[in-house]
Design a protein around this ligand. Sequence first.
Ligand SMILES: Cc1cc2nc3c(=O)[nH]c(=O)nc-3n(C[C@H](O)[C@H](O)[C@H](O)COP(=O)(O)OP(=O)(O)OC[C@H]3O[C@@H](n4cnc5c(N)ncnc54)[C@H](O)[C@@H]3O)c2cc1C
Length: 244
Amino acid sequence: MKIKSEQELFSQSQSHLTWPSREVSLQKFQDFNPSRYAKTRNFLNGHISQMSPQIKHGVIQNRELLSIIRDKFNFVESEKFIQELAWRDFWRSYAYNHPDQLWTDVEEYKTGFRPNDYLDNLPDDISKGETPTQLINYFIQELIQTGYLHNHARMYLASYVVHFRRVKWQEGAKFFLTHLLDGDIASNNFSWQWIASTFAGKPYIFNLENAYKYCHQTLSIDPQQNVEIDGSYEEISARLFPNL
Ligand SMILES: Cc1cc2nc3c(=O)[nH]c(=O)nc-3n(C[C@H](O)[C@H](O)[C@H](O)COP(=O)(O)OP(=O)(O)OC[C@H]3O[C@@H](n4cnc5c(N)ncnc54)[C@H](O)[C@@H]3O)c2cc1C
């Protein structure tokens, strides 16, 4: 596999997209409430910081955000947000110590499949946002048009690519790095490996019921157009991982 850098991948698409200035972002962050974040962050319309492009490109440092938060809130109120900030540092430090694992499986898949069972290329309907699943198409279009996706949407989309369509996680990771304004090879690729189960004890899967709970206030979801992801967790696991 030819490995490309973040910059090479990103320059293939969204370099025309921009993000608010440092001043605008810091001003907006004054209204950020970590307690609300902890309660609502998994909902598509939840209270999140949207600071990732600024952090990624060094425009704003984690420690600046920490200092703003610590001045206004106690540890219990801010704990969840601090943990999430720390994930980024964890992935970066893991990548620094294991650069060889950025594009190779850290462990075997825990799906009953071997790496060769996964597709080598991202199917066209995924790269164009024309899959049989309406919800997934929303996310792909949003990613392509805005260069940003909510964390939960990233998880659903990555799970769809690797488990529902059985595509190698590396292909999905490249697709994200091509479009994300916050594209970061460490956070991105190890998150993909976590979803895939090559850096986790089990694969991350979801179903329509779960997606409906977190997305229906923002998106109109028609069950008839989301048949592929409909079913109980037991049914979906049996369908996706018949060898287990
Ligand atoms: C498949 C997949 C790919 C991802 N790719 C990237 C990527 O390329 N670049 C990137 O910065 N994040 C990535 N993430 C992590 C996370 O989705 C984004 O950091 C987050 O959605 C950015 O939105 P926010 O700034 O509102 O985050 P908030 O929830 O407000 O969090 C604040 C900051 O903490 C950090 N952070 C939060 N959650 C995570 C996390 N799970 N892992 C690492 N850092 C986190 C980010 O720097 C973020 O800006 C990925 C997650 C998944 C599941």
